[in-house]
Design a protein around this ligand. Structure first.
Ligand code: PBG
Length: 324
């Protein structure tokens, strides 16, 4: 008689399970998002992101040193400026907080770490939108592209390796590529937030960067509708055609189907952003004793990799790298 199939045989011991594991997570897969705030003299905790802080320039350098020691290859910087205005001028000011922080890190660490900068205006605008706003309150796509080009060049001059446009304007990757090439920054790569959804999971991030969207507004006129996966693939195709070097899907766990479909269709490196709300939900439930936070964090990051991501931007980067 045909023997009963026994799949449990290979699950019996930790060594057997390790031997047949299909998915492996290493520190090389992780990128740590870091916040640096202008005009503070000690790090400021972010209540809705337990364990994450707004860094001073000095504490940022110390944190990156620790991350490098843990084997994490890259960090992505977000700036929190002291002053905001309608154009988000701090985003492209050579003395703006992200530009000075990039210089600090490049001077200190050389090429030992990949320096990525989020490229957007929302942290710098007084209305909180990711682009320039017309008198009727709409976000002006093409005027915003000119600002993104200026931000890209300012970040490149400050020593960035990779710029990461997150504003979801049409044509942003092409506009940034043109501007970088024109100013002889052909080596600066673009990590495109290609399929970025209008998600409720960015809430804690907005506390981290002190952003409130004017008049109770939202980003649904530029970020994607969570109901659409095929549209996400079309966004990714556009960014590939415009010259993206690395693709990204964001958020991560809620969009594993999109990650898997992008992976199936494209061969460029694929990143996923495990966003602030994904982190905070785990932290909050763990704090209540309802889940094992470390186990769930690892389970989610593994799931993101299993779905097809090569790289994961995650607030768990340091903890996971330390425990791996
Ligand atoms: C825009 C940007 C956002 C995030 C990354 N880049 C906020 C937004 O789109 O509203 C969110 C990241 C997170 O929630 O961890 N600059």
């Amino acid at each position: 008689m045909f023997p009963q199939r026994r799949l449990r045989r290979l699950r019996r011991t930790p060594a057997l399970r390790r031997m047949v594991a299909e998915t492996v997570l290493t520190p090389d897969d992780l990128i740590a998002p870091l916040f640096v705030r202008e005009g503070i003299d000690r790090p400021v905790p972010i209540e809705s992101l337990p364990g994450v802080v707004q860094h001073t320039r000095a504490s940022l350098v110390a944190e990156v040193a620790e991350l490098i020691d843990l084997g994490i290859p890259g960090v992505i910087l977000f700036g929190v400026p002291e002053h905001k205005d309608a154009e988000g001028s701090g985003a492209s000011d050579p003395d703006g907080i992200v530009q000075v922080a990039l210089k600090d890190l490049r001077d200190r660490f050389g090429d030992d770490v990949v320096l990525i900068a989020d490229l957007c205006l929302d942290e710098y605008t007084d209305h909180g939108h990711c682009g320039l706003v017309t008198p009727t309150g709409a976000v002006d796509n093409d005027a915003t592209l000119d600002r993104y080009a200026e931000v890209a060049v300012a970040q490149a001059e400050a020593g960035v390796d990779v710029v990461a446009p997150s504003g979801m304007m049409d044509g942003q990757v092409a506009a940034i590529r043109d501007a970088l090439d024109e100013d002889e920054f052909g080596d600066v790569a673009i990590l495109a937030y290609a399929a970025k959804y209008a998600s409720g999971l960015y809430g804690p991030f907005r506390e981290a960067v002190d952003v409130e969207i004017a008049d109770g507004g939202d980003r649904r006129a530029y970020q994607q509708d969570p109901r659409n996966a095929r549209e996400g693939l079309e966004e990714v195709r556009l960014d590939v055609a415009e010259g993206a070097d690395i693709l990204m899907v964001k958020p991560a766990v809620t969009y594993l189907d999109v990650i898997a479909r992008v992976r199936a269709e494209h061969d460029l490196p694929l990143a996923a952003y495990h966003v602030s709300g994904e982190y905070s939900m785990i932290k909050a439930a763990a704090e209540k004793g309802w889940i094992d936070g470390d186990q769930v964090a690892l389970e989610q990051l593994i799931a993101v990799k299993r779905a097809g991501a090569d790289l994961i931007l995650t607030y768990f980067a340091k903890d996971v790298a330390a425990g791996l």
